[in-house]
Design a protein around this ligand. Structure first.
Ligand code: SAM
Length: 194
């Protein structure tokens, strides 16, 4: 597959919030091991992680949600150019709006959208994830602030508090078995065991 820097839209952005190397390796490892058929991604950006998931799981269908219209258009073009036609749907909507309306069940959910909203999405995501399925959430440690005892700057406080609530909710939920990996920006992996 082509490099992320060759994806349409990459050069348009000064900062490209694309999945980091180790997190990507972990994601691929989980996908190879569990071979999900129906994958949901929240936060498409220009379609890089979507493309990796489609390439890794040759039988999978990926539904991915992106609020930004420009990113949505780039993602559709990138995924089509890569030959994934018929195996993906990019939904141009606010993730919460999408989650409230969908009634499909997924084998694997990759949560990589607005970090402050993860806790709000969790009850719906739990319902949409089948038993034995996996929820992988990226950036859960938010530049180390989530585990830090330092005072959090006002502008980050709400995101950090919400991520703390999200991780606590996962860890205290007996229906999930959760591991938090502390590399890069932190990634949680939760298996829905009940
Ligand atoms: C971290 S990036 C996704 C990166 C992508 N998963 C990858 O690794 O290639 C997060 C994306 O979520 C989108 N986003 C932010 N808020 C959203 C919302 N409320 N609903 C849907 N998408 C949202 C942003 O526009 C951005 O493209």
């Amino acid at each position: 597959m082509k490099d992320k820097t060759e994806f349409l839209g990459y050069e348009e952005h000064e900062y490209n919030p694309i999945i980091r190397k180790k997190t990507l390796e972990l994601l691929k490892e989980l996908l190879i091991k569990h071979n999900p058929k129906y994958i949901l991604e929240i936060g498409t950006f220009i379609g890089y992680s979507t493309a990796v998931m489609l390439k890794t799981c040759q039988d999978a269908f990926v539904t991915t949600v992106e609020k930004d219209e420009k990113n949505f258009a780039f993602a559709v073009q990138n995924l089509t150019d890569l030959g994934f036609d018929g195996r993906f749907q990019v939904v141009n909507k606010d993730a919460f709006e999408f989650l409230q309306k969908t009634n499909k069940t997924y084998d694997f959910i990759f949560l990589d959208g607005p970090k402050g909203q993860y806790i709000k999405y969790l009850p719906i995501i739990k319902k949409l994830l089948r038993k034995g399925g996996f929820l992988v959430a990226d950036d859960v440690l938010f530049y180390g602030m989530v585990n830090s005892s330092d005072t959090i700057k006002h502008k980050h406080r709400s995101i950090v508090n919400n991520l703390r609530k999200f991780l606590d909710a996962l860890k205290n939920d007996d229906d999930f078995k959760t591991v938090v990996y502390e590399f890069e920006d932190g990634v949680s992996v939760s298996e829905k065991i009940k």
